[in-house]
Design a protein around this ligand. Structure first.
Ligand code: MRU
Length: 347
């Protein structure tokens, strides 16, 4: 894959600090924010400085490194006990993306094996770097597997941002799209604008433009008419949590797209690393769905856009039943027609 397609990385560790590209300010400004304290990292996740399930997990892993530094500086040999509160804070920063808990647990398992009388920062930093680089490698593997499912000159629709910005780099759904475009299998991409945070217009369009991949923006309400026109071959999206039966939580609106796709004979592909699979949950009913502030719907960039006192609901995610999904693409392989039985092949 040409380096041109792999240039955006939203998370960096530089000079003993975590640096995050502030995604709230894209595409108008590229601003990097520095973090030296895990509580500030938790706030950055809640406030959407960084977002997207794998990116949240990687960020939390670096947050654990910062927590260990602070715990050693303040509690010395009792540093492991001093990790409890900051790790709980990181875990609570966003409820739906399971990658967050997966990454924190992986870091915890490592530090529990370390001696009490030595600082753990260096060992944990290596582990966080491993989580980061494994995510990028998984995205490239999924890109190839997902692109293999496409025919020639396909037209695809994506929702939210499941790109380099939502991961360590390259992206999940946008990884397949990058690879598919490079292989001549994708001729055009439609991007839903994705209310209320506009991850589609602000982030996905920006990312694809960086790579010169042809993209057309639409309001998500335009998806049905696009499918009815017969132009669309695939809907390709990411995931925040996948359950043991293949149900998928992803950005609110994904379920609507899956129903529309089934009705119009458009195929539905979900692309996610195995760190997004929660094997402890049997079905999507059990996934905690984040409810965000009503103001995110009633206001736009600080401007009130609904009448004063408007009641609004703002679920950040919805659940698409496995029966509406044609393929779940992971770095361990593809699950066609996901179900309890077919999901077992990637466990
Ligand atoms: O609220 P967000 O922006 O964190 O939601 C992100 C999504 O829903 C993505 O589709 C999902 O995390 C997959 S990212 C590779």
């Amino acid at each position: 894959m040409d380096k041109q397609f792999d240039s955006i990385q939203p998370i960096k560790w530089q000079v003993n600090r975590l640096c995050l590209l502030d995604q709230r300010q894209l595409p108008l400004q590229q601003v990097w924010l520095d973090y030296e304290h895990s509580d500030d990292v938790a706030a950055a996740i809640t406030d959407m400085v960084v977002r997207g399930a794998p990116a949240i997990g990687i960020t939390a892993a670096y947050g654990v490194v910062l927590a260990a530094r602070h715990a050693w500086d303040t509690a010395g040999v009792n540093w492991k006990q001093a990790m409890t509160a900051p790790l709980a804070h990181l875990s609570e920063s966003r409820p739906t993306a399971v990658n967050l808990h997966w990454a924190i647990e992986r870091m915890r398992q490592i530090y529990m094996t370390l001696p009490d009388n030595e600082p753990a920062e260096a060992v944990l930093l290596k582990q966080a770097h491993d989580i980061h680089s494994e995510d990028i490698a998984a995205n490239h593997a999924m890109g190839k597997l997902g692109a293999d499912l496409l025919a020639e000159d396909n037209v695809v629709l994506t929702h939210c941002n499941a790109g380099a910005l939502a991961t360590g780099g390259f992206g999940t759904a946008l990884g397949v799209i990058r690879q598919g475009y490079a292989d001549g299998k994708i001729s055009h991409v439609y991007a839903d604008e994705t209310r209320p945070w506009l991850q589609g217009s602000r982030l996905t369009v920006w990312e694809l433009q960086q790579d010169n991949i042809p993209v057309t923006l639409q309001a998500e309400g335009a998806a049905a008419a696009l499918m009815a026109s017969g132009q669309l071959d695939w809907v390709i999206v990411g995931a925040d949590r996948i359950t043991a039966n293949g149900d998928v939580a992803n950005k609110v609106g994904t379920y609507m797209l899956a129903i529309l796709a089934k009705y119009h004979n458009v195929k539905m592909m979900v692309v996610a690393p195995t760190s997004t699979i929660d094997w402890t949950l049997h079905s999507g009913d059990e996934i905690p769905i984040e409810q965000r502030a009503a103001e995110e719907v009633t206001m736009l960039q600080g401007q009130q856009i609904a009448p004063e006192g408007t009641a609004a609901v703002n679920p950040a995610f919805d659940v698409t039943p496995a029966t509406l999904i044609d393929a779940i693409v992971t770095e361990k392989g593809i699950v066609l027609s996901p179900s309890y039985d077919t999901m077992k092949f990637i466990k």
